[in-house]
Design a protein around this ligand. Structure first.
Ligand code: SF4
Ligand code: SF4
Length: 508
């Protein structure tokens, strides 16, 4: 089909220059990659040039939002009641609680964290299936912080050309001063990044005061130091090397993607053969092929990872779209249509070469599957959050001995009973059991109500453990008989239960 189309275009090409160009374009292929390069190439310092355009604006907006959220979120307050912290997002390790606005996660509920991680993974997979490495190009912390560091570098050392020229010349006092200011600002950002991190683990305003007066715990200073070092090193010095050599996601996403995912693509069907601006008109007038790419290399100069997108898919391309902005600006200057580089697929390039229209296929098996998994995982989490109980009971049977024979011939089992009160008020519970006949519950260190039942007070948002024994006196063999423990709120009547077994002596 493709050969027939090309042949038809070639025959018609003799008649009009435009058709000659189309015929040539139909034969155009992406330039072959240079396979003769060394296996290891030393790092080349990248001086990305500033650029303006749609994708740059999107990246600025996301940078402000993501960094704003990261730095300011610990100071957002969320009133939960008199007995709970009022920090909206708090990882409270001493009390083993995770607070996220209206959600409070207890250690027994780590499955919520698992659910969140599954949800995040599915969203990442869906983003990848729709538009490639959107995460890498716009939202990954490495990208965001590196972008910020580039902005500081340009502010202090100038844009690409000025910076390169100054670096090539003998360093003067001015060069040293600029380098010093840049590294100072980088360290300041890194230090504040580390500072913001520790604020998620304690009451932020209190910890800020303690840090400023050197009264904070040593671990807080240690973590600020670690985060300062990693931010400064990864965003300031390692930059694209983190994406190329350290991060596993480019490899994983390459295995997850398919031919319909939109990626930042050089439309070589339109760009090749590359042609200097001055010659394009002349060549086209003669009916000879001349693509829209002027080989100005602006797309390479603005690239934060130094990739030439025209050479095809590259692991180092984080899909940030800045080369689209650079190329569109060049096309605008030349009075040509934008989009020589854009979000596209190789399938579309081939279709256009065959004279077929391009298309975008968002609804595919994998996108539907990921979207369905997101909906299901989200719904399950929402349902379990909406129906979660603020009372729980856990019972652990003594492991050794399982059963004890008493002087009077009765058999006793020991248990540790834990009542979990997730309400922010103190509550009082009675403990009771349902099990084999002739069994009696006793607790240590608790009060008893008028009916002789154990009464246990549990503080707000706390758990309480009590020792309990169940004694059986009777002729029946009750070995491995199921036994149910009940904790009942004396005020509201709310009740929860936990299952266990009663062990007889015959098992030994
Ligand atoms: S090639 Fe383009 S999209 Fe890829 S990293 Fe470079 S500028 Fe960003
Ligand atoms: S910016 Fe556009 S015109 Fe210039 S080299 Fe890159 S693809 Fe070609």
């Amino acid at each position: 089909m493709r050969a027939a189309t090309t042949m038809a275009l070639k025959q018609a090409a003799a008649q009009t220059p435009e058709l000659a160009r189309l015929a040539a374009a139909a034969e155009v292929k992406r330039p072959p990659p240079d396979d003769d390069g060394p296996l290891y190439a030393p790092r080349r310092k990248i001086y990305p040039q500033s650029v303006h355009g749609t994708f740059r604006s999107i990246k600025w907006a996301l940078l402000v939002v993501t960094l704003g959220v990261y730095y300011l979120l610990p100071f957002v307050r969320w009133y939960r009641g008199p007995n709970a912290p009022d920090q909206a997002v708090l990882l409270d390790f001493p009390t083993r609680r995770f607070y996220f606005f209206f959600i409070e996660i207890w250690p027994q509920e780590v499955y919520y964290i698992t659910g969140l991680l599954i949800l995040a993974a599915m969203v990442l997979f869906l983003m990848n299936a729709v538009a490639g490495r959107v995460w890498c190009g716009y939202l990954c912390p490495q990208t965001v912080w590196t972008d910020l560091y580039f902005a500081i570098e340009r502010l202090v050392e100038g844009d690409r050309r000025e910076h390169m020229q100054r670096d090539r010349k003998k360093w003067t006092a001015d060069t040293w001063a600029r380098k010093g200011v840049k590294h100072f600002l980088w360290l300041l950002v890194a230090w504040w990044t580390g500072g913001a991190w520790v604020l998620y683990f304690a009451d932020a305003p209190t910890l800020v005061k303690e840090l400023a007066t050197f009264q904070a715990p040593f671990v807080a200073y240690a973590f600020i130091g670690i985060l300062t070092f990693t931010t400064y090193t990864l965003a300031g010095h390692m930059r694209e090397q983190v994406c190329v050599y350290m991060c596993p996601w480019p490899r994983i996403q390459a295995a997850l993607t398919d031919e319909y995912a939109l990626n930042v693509t050089y439309r070589y069907d339109r760009g090749e053969p590359r042609c200097a601006v001055s010659k394009t008109k002349e060549l086209r007038a003669q009916g000879r092929p001349a693509g829209d790419c002027t080989n100005c290399k602006q797309c390479i100069r603005v690239c934060p990872t130094g990739v030439d997108i025209r050479a095809g898919a590259d692991l180092a391309c984080i899909q940030c779209g800045l080369c689209i902005d650079a190329c569109d600006a060049m096309m605008k200057k030349l009075g040509r249509a934008p989009g020589l580089i854009g979000y596209d697929t190789d399938i579309n390039i081939k279709r256009r070469q065959e004279g077929k229209p391009s298309f975008v296929k968002f609804v595919r098996g994998r996108t539907v599957l990921y979207a369905a998994l997101i909906v299901v995982a989200g719904a399950v989490m929402l349902y379990s959050l909406a129906t979660r109980h603020d009372l729980a009971l856990a019972v652990i049977h003594d492991r050794n001995p399982l059963a004890v024979l008493l002087k009077d011939g009765s058999v006793r089992n020991g248990y540790t009973v834990r009542i979990i009160n997730k309400r922010l008020q103190q509550r009082e519970f009675t403990l009771s059991i349902a099990g084999p006949p002739d069994t009696k519950l006793a607790t240590l260190g608790t009060e008893r109500d008028a009916d002789g039942r154990a009464v246990i007070e549990v503080g707000p948002d706390q758990t309480r453990e009590v020792r309990a024994t169940v004694t059986h006196k009777g002729p029946d063999d009750v070995s491995m008989a199921p036994i149910t423990f009940y904790a009942t709120d004396t005020a509201s009547g709310e009740r929860t239960s936990a299952e266990d077994h009663f062990h007889g002596l015959e098992e030994h």
